[in-house]
Design a protein around this ligand. Structure first.
Ligand code: AP5
Ligand code: MG
Length: 217
């Protein structure tokens, strides 16, 4: 059976990086709510118009909006066999909502990976992040600089910075994580679903540690 996973951690902890590696290894659908919202903003969809202000400030988009997005995503056939959530759930109501949506689908067994990273490292990773708007590849000026200045190694597109990666917005995103997302760690810990992994090392050693703690394969 393919894994059903949730990856949890503060902004910059490496959720996107690790979710991509896991999705590739196990052939999972990667469901990143941040990516879904950014695509909706770029294409001018109503969802994007609703979300943009919250994202620019580093605040959370309302739970009702997010649960609707997830319900729609999970109704697509391909997701039923194996998926990894990245950036969702982010509040207790979202975690409760997800439990009932998955319950309706008969899915009760899944694992939650929490990446633990210090604030100093988070800030360094976020201020140095570059992403490829064409293929989604991630780079980092401090940790994984692109071989050619600001050009994607995979598809040649010009790399960009995320608009919420300014120092002021990063500070707010970290606060919001602590207050609103932190409590869901206990929500999953009490259900024995939470696997904590030290996310400070380089991405391949973090990936190896994740493979050691997940039990479904
Ligand atoms: P979202 O896109 O989910 O952003 P985030 O949670 O702030 O996390 P990031 O994507 O910034 O970091 P990451 O953990 O994925 O790290 P990454 O792998 O990129 O959400 C954005 C916004 O959308 C939210 O603020 C909110 O407004 C809204 N939103 C989204 N979901 C929502 C929800 N469910 N409810 C309500 N609102 C929602 O890595 C970062 C950098 O570090 C990269 O440059 C990478 O190359 C580098 N790096 C990664 N791992 C390592 C490593 N091990 N060593 C060295 N460098 C590394
Ligand atoms: Mg991400």
């Amino acid at each position: 059976m393919k894994p059903k996973l949730i990856i949890l951690g503060p902004p910059g902890s490496g959720k996107g990086t690790q979710a991509r590696l896991l999705a590739e290894k196990f052939n999972l659908v990667h469901i990143s709510t941040g990516d879904i919202l950014r695509a909706a903003v770029d294409s001018g969809k109503v969802l994007g118009q609703e979300a943009k202000g919250y994202m620019d400030r580093g605040e959370l988009v309302p739970d009702g909006v997010m649960l609707k997005v997830i319900r729609e995503k999970l109704s697509e056939d391909e997701t039923a066999s194996g998926f990894i959530f990245d950036g969702f759930p982010r509040t207790i109501p979202q975690a409760e909502g997800l439990t009932s949506i998955l319950g309706e689908m008969g899915i009760n067994i899944y694992e939650v990976i929490k990446l633990k990273v210090s604030d100093d490292t988070l800030i360094k990773r976020l201020t140095g992040r570059l992403f490829c708007p064409k293929c989604g590849a991630l780079f980092n000026l401090s940790f994984k600089p692109p071989k050619e200045d600001r050009l994607c190694e995979h598809c040649g597109a010009e790399l960009k910075r995320r608009s919420d990666d300014s120092e002021e917005v990063i500070k707010n995103r970290l606060e919001v994580y602590r207050h609103r997302t932190g409590p869901i760690e206990d929500f999953y810990r009490l259900q024995y679903k939470l696997k904590e992994v030290d996310g400070e090392g380089d991405s391949s050693s973090v990936f190896e540690m994740i493979l050691e703690v997940i039990t479904i394969s």
